[in-house]
Design a protein around this ligand. Structure first.
Ligand code: DGT
Ligand code: CA
Ligand code: CA
Ligand code: ZN
Length: 575
C-alpha cells in the first residue's frame, strides 16, 4: 500500500511549488491528488496494474500525475520531487508544518527574515522581528509561537505512561460514537513500547467522515493537521500528535495489524504472505482480488499460517520464527500478578499511609504488598534511619493485624547501594526485614568495572532478595548506568536472587532487552510500580507490558506466586 507515500510526495511537491511561486493551478492539482490518494481505499499499486490508462481514470489524477505514480512505483522516487528539493532549503518544509504558516508565509519569512529552520522561526517570533512584516500583528505572533511549541513537542518521544490512560479515554469516547463499530489503540502504545512518538487510534466504521468530524472536535484537540474520510491527524493541547485511521468493519483485523506494527514485524509478515501467494495490507489478506481474511487479527495471522502474536512481541525479534515453529512464549498477564513488590509509604517519601496502601492494594485484589521505604542515604527521600526500622516494622504488623493480613503487608526496605557496594543498613537491620531490595540512587557515573563490582558486592549480601531498578535510568533525564550485565545476571542467578522490572512510567527498569536477557539466563524477575502514591499502583500494567516485551512467562515472575510461595522463596534466598 503505497498510497500514503505517494500522497506525501505530491503534497511536498505542492508545498515546494507554492513556496517557489509556481502556478496556483498546478499547486492545487498536486494537493487534490495527494488528498485523494490519502483517502483512497484501494492500494494504488493495484490500480497501477492496469497501467497509465487505469490511473488516469481516477479522479484528480491526470496524465502527468499518472506518469509520476508509475515512476514512483518503478523507481521509488519522483524526479520532479528530487529536483525541487534542491531548490528549496530543507528546513523550510518543516517551517511549513507549523499550523498557520502556509507556503506563502514561509516564503516571506525566508526571503525577508532568512527563516530556514524551526530554530530560526522561534528566534524571529521571540524577538518580535516578525512584526516588521506587513500583515503580522501581535496576535498572529502569539498564535504561531504557540503552534511552534506544539510542533516541537510532537517531535519528541514521550514515556508511554504519560499518555496511555489518555489514549484509553480517547478510544472509549470513539467507541461511544454511534457511527463507530469498534475502536482500539494501535501503534507503539499497543505494543507497550516504553516511549511513543505519537498515538495511533483505529476505528471501524462505514461513515468515516462523520467519525473524523467528531474526533477533531474532542476537547483535547488543539490543531487539526488533516481530516478526511479515512483518517485524521491532530495535535492535542499537550503537543501530542494523534493519528486516527478509519477502516470498514471487514478490514478491522487487518487494519489493527497494520497500524499496530511494528513496521519491521509487518514487513516480515508481508514477505511471508507473498511466499504463500497472498498479499497482506491494511485492508485484508488477498488472494488476487478476493479478500480471504481481514475481519479479525486472529484470522489475518491464521491466513498466514500463524497463531495470533501478542502485540508486545511484534518487534521482529524472532517472534515470527517462533510463531511458525509453534514456540511462542506464554506471556505473563496482569491478572496473574498477586501483589506489588515495591511501594513507598509516608514512612519515607510516599504520600500514602500504610492503611491507605493496604486499602488500595485490596481494591486491586492483591494478596500482598511489599512496603519498601528508603534507607537514609537517599536524603531527598526522607529515608528511615536504622534506629527507626523496628518501629516501622511494628507499624506494618499492626496494620496486618487490623486487616487480617488481607492484603498482607511485607515489611521491606529499598536499601541504597553505596559507591563501594556496601549497603546503607547494617546486617542486623536487614535481617529483620521480610524483603530487601537494593538499588542505586547516586554515583551513576562510575566506570563499568567499578559499577559492576558495586552491584555484585551488593548482591552478595545474604539478606538481599532483589536488585531493584538495576540500570537506574530515568526516561528523558538519565541514561542507564554502565555495568557488565551478563556478569551481574549470572551472579544473581547463582545466588538465586531476583532482578526487578520497576514499572514506574519514567523508569521501566530493567528495560525490555535486558529483562529478556535476564529471563533467558533463568533469573526470577520481580514486578513493581515503585509507587509513591496509591494512584501509582496502576503502573503495574507497564511493568507487565515490559515483561511481555521481554518474553517473560508467569513462571519467571516472582509476584505471580501466592503469598506462601513468595515467603518460602524469600526464606530460601537467605538459606
Ligand atoms: P512511534 O509512533 O514512533 O512510537 O512508533 P509506531 O510504531 O507507533 O509508528 P507510527 O506511529 O509511525 O506508525 C504506526 C504504525 O503504522 C506502525 O507501527 C506500522 C504502521 N506503519 C506506519 N508507517 C508504515 C510504513 O511505511 N510501512 C508499514 N509497513 N507500516 C507502517
Ligand atoms: Ca505511533
Ligand atoms: Ca503515527
Ligand atoms: Zn529507588
Amino acid at each position: 500500500m503505497k498510497n500514503a507515500e505517494i500522497a506525501r510526495i505530491f503534497s511536498e511537491i505542492a508545498d515546494m511549488l507554492d513556496f517557489l511561486g509556481d502556478s496556483p493551478f498546478r499547486v492545487r492539482a498536486y494537493r487534490a491528488a495527494a488528498r485523494y490518494l490519502m483517502d483512497m481505499e484501494e492500494p494504488i499499486e493495484r490500480v497501477a496494474e492496469g497501467g497509465e490508462k487505469a490511473l488516469e481514470e481516477l479522479p484528480y489524477i491526470g496524465h502527468d500525475l499518472a506518469l509520476k505514480i508509475l515512476e514512483y512505483l518503478e523507481t521509488g522516487k519522483v524526479k520532479k520531487h528530487e529536483e525541487l528539493k534542491k531548490k528549496v532549503p530543507p528546513g523550510v518544509l518543516e517551517v511549513m508544518r507549523v499550523p498557520g504558516v502556509g507556503p506563502r508565509t514561509a516564503k516571506r519569512l525566508y526571503d525577508e527574515l532568512g527563516v530556514d529552520s524551526l530554530a530560526r522561526l522561534r528566534e524571529v517570533l521571540e524577538s518580535g522581528e516578525v512584526l516588521e512584516l506587513s500583515g503580522f500583528g501581535e496576535k498572529k505572533r502569539q498564535r504561531l509561537l504557540h503552534n511552534l511549541e506544539l510542533v516541537e513537542a510532537a517531535g519528541r518521544r514521550r514515556p508511554l505512561g504519560e499518555v496511555l490512560w489518555l489514549a484509553r479515554e480517547l478510544v472509549a469516547r470513539l467507541e461511544r460514537l454511534p457511527q463507530v463499530e469498534h475502536a482500539a489503540l494501535a501503534g507503539s502504545a499497543r505494543r507497550y513500547k516504553e516511549t511513543v512518538g505519537d498515538l495511533d487510534l483505529l476505528a471501524a466504521s462505514r461513515r468515516g467522515r462523520a467519525v473524523t468530524d467528531a474526533f477533531v472536535r474532542f476537547p483535547e484537540v488543539d490543531e487539526v493537521l488533516l481530516a478526511g474520510a479515512s483518517r485524521a491527524t491532530v495535535f492535542l493541547k499537550t503537543g501530542l500528535q494523534v493519528d486516527l485511521k478509519i477502516v470498514e468493519p471487514e478490514a478491522w483485523g487487518s487494519g489493527l495489524q497494520y497500524f499496530t506494527g511494528s513496521k519491521d514485524h509487518s514487513i516480515k509478515l508481508r514477505a511471508l504472505a507473498l511466499d504463500r501467494g497472498l498479499k497482506l495490507n491494511e485492508y485484508g489478506v488477498w488472494k488476487g482480488a478476493e479478500r480471504v481474511a481481514g475481519a479479525s487479527e486472529e484470522e489475518v495471522y491464521a491466513a498466514l499460517g500463524l497463531p495470533w502474536i501478542p502485540p508486545p512481541l511484534r518487534e521482529d525479534r524472532g517472534e515470527i520464527e517462533a510463531a511458525r515453529e509453534g514456540r511462542l512464549p506464554q506471556l505473563v498477564q496482569l491478572e496473574q500478578i498477586r501483589g506489588d513488590l515495591q511501594v513507598h509509604s509516608t514512612w519515607s517519601d510516599g504520600k500514602a499511609t500504610l492503611e491507605e496502601l493496604a486499602r488500595a492494594a485490596a481494591a486491586r485484589g492483591y494478596e500482598y504488598l511489599a512496603v519498601t521505604d528508603h534507607s537514609p542515604a537517599v536524603r531527598v527521600a526522607g529515608g528511615v534511619p536504622p534506629e527507626k526500622v523496628a518501629e516501622r516494622i511494628a507499624a506494618i504488623r499492626a496494620v496486618n493485624e487490623k486487616t487480617g493480613g488481607r492484603p498482607y503487608l511485607l515489611a521491606g526496605a529499598e536499601v541504597d547501594i553505596l559507591p563501594d557496594g556496601s549497603l546503607d543498613y547494617p546486617d542486623e537491620v536487614l535481617a529483620r526485614l521480610e524483603i530487601v531490595l537494593v538499588s542505586v540512587h547516586a554515583h551513576f557515573d562510575l566506570d563499568r568495572e567499578r559499577q559492576t563490582r558495586r552491584l555484585l558486592r551488593a548482591l552478595e549480601n545474604p539478606y538481599v532478595h532483589v536488585l531493584a531498578h538495576p540500570s537506574a535510568r530515568h526516561l528523558g533525564k538519565r541514561g542507564p548506568i554502565e555495568a557488565d550485565w551478563e556478569k551481574v545476571f549470572q551472579r544473581a542467578r547463582e545466588l538465586g536472587k531476583a532482578v526487578e522490572i520497576d514499572g514506574y512510567y519514567a523508569r521501566l527498569d530493567l528495560p525490555d532487552a535486558l529483562a529478556r536477557r535476564a529471563g533467558e539466563l533463568g533469573l526470577m524477575v520481580s514486578l513493581s510500580t515503585d509507587a509513591h502514591a496509591t494512584d501509582h499502583l496502576r503502573y503495574m500494567e507497564l511493568a507487565v507490558g515490559t515483561a511481555q516485551r521481554a518474553w517473560l512467562g508467569p513462571d519467571r515472575v516472582l509476584n505471580t506466586r501466592s503469598l506462601k510461595e513468595l515467603q518460602s522463596w524469600l526464606a530460601g534466598v537467605r538459606g
